[in-house]
Design a protein around this ligand. Structure first.
Ligand SMILES: [Zn+2]
Length: 230
């Protein structure tokens, strides 16, 4: 039984610092199931891991020199590709691959699609990965509806409706933000459109005081000239 929000993530623990921000962003819209390789060489895949792979909608392996030389990662990848073959091409296996890396084995298949792992611009990797995941996961019906936000001011978690991808793309192009009001503490959280995480926060404009518009149709609040209307 496929869990449509479940994304199975494979990586090597040596790459954790690089990959953690990507996982944090994915966690705002999906349920990542993380399989980290920590000294597991020689162990067989557990039933739990096999079940997790089989119930995931997408498998995202992070391919680096560390992960490619890990027997555990290779074992998981092998299982994922075999499962995909026996299961009419599902789930999608979408590797995030370090640019200089030459993949081997199953990963040399011609039609395999990859997202570049840009160590110097990891937010760009996150953006491209999320964009592609939304396209794939939402292809038959909308699965990804909300973004989980943690208020930058009071740290309370809350949800907003996820903006359409075109709105996000436009905000990226214009170097703008995605606004997320937290009514609880009257803070406007501004989300980085590439990572969907809070870039900064500011006091919400009170329409009663400024006497103009009541919605976000105005691009005039301070400090955010490229602000994008939702
Ligand atoms: Zn708050």
């Amino acid at each position: 039984m496929i869990d449509y929000k479940k994304v199975f993530i494979i990586y090597n623990s040596k790459d954790r610092a690089l990959i953690q921000p990507v996982i944090d962003s994915l966690s705002t819209i999906l349920d990542p199931c993380i399989s980290e390789d920590v000294n597991r060489a020689g162990e067989p895949l557990t039933t739990k891991i096999r079940q997790d792979i089989e119930s995931s909608n997408v498998i995202v392996p992070f391919l680096t020199n560390n992960s490619m030389s890990s027997p555990w990662v290779n074992q998981e990848l092998g299982y994922a590709f075999r499962w995909q073959l026996d299961n009419d091409g599902e789930p999608l296996i979408l590797p995030v691959c370090k640019e200089s890396l030459q993949p081997s084995g199953f990963l040399t298949k011609k039609d395999i699609e990859m997202i570049p792992l840009l160590a110097r611009d990891i937010d760009e990797t996150t953006y491209r990965l999320i964009k592609r995941l939304r396209e794939y996961i939402d292809r038959n019906f909308v699965v990804i509806e909300k973004v989980k936000v943690t208020c930058g001011n009071c740290k309370t978690p809350f949800d907003i409706d996820i903006p359409k991808q075109e709105v996000i793309d436009e905000a990226v192009k214009e170097k703008g933000f995605i606004p997320a009001n937290h009514q609880g503490c009257s803070m406007e959280n501004l989300l980085d459109p590439r990572t969907l995480t809070v870039a900064r926060h500011q006091r919400m404009i009170d329409p009663k005081n400024i006497g103009i518009v009541t919605s976000h149709k105005v691009g005039s609040f301070s400090g955010s000239p490229n602000y994008q209307a939702l």
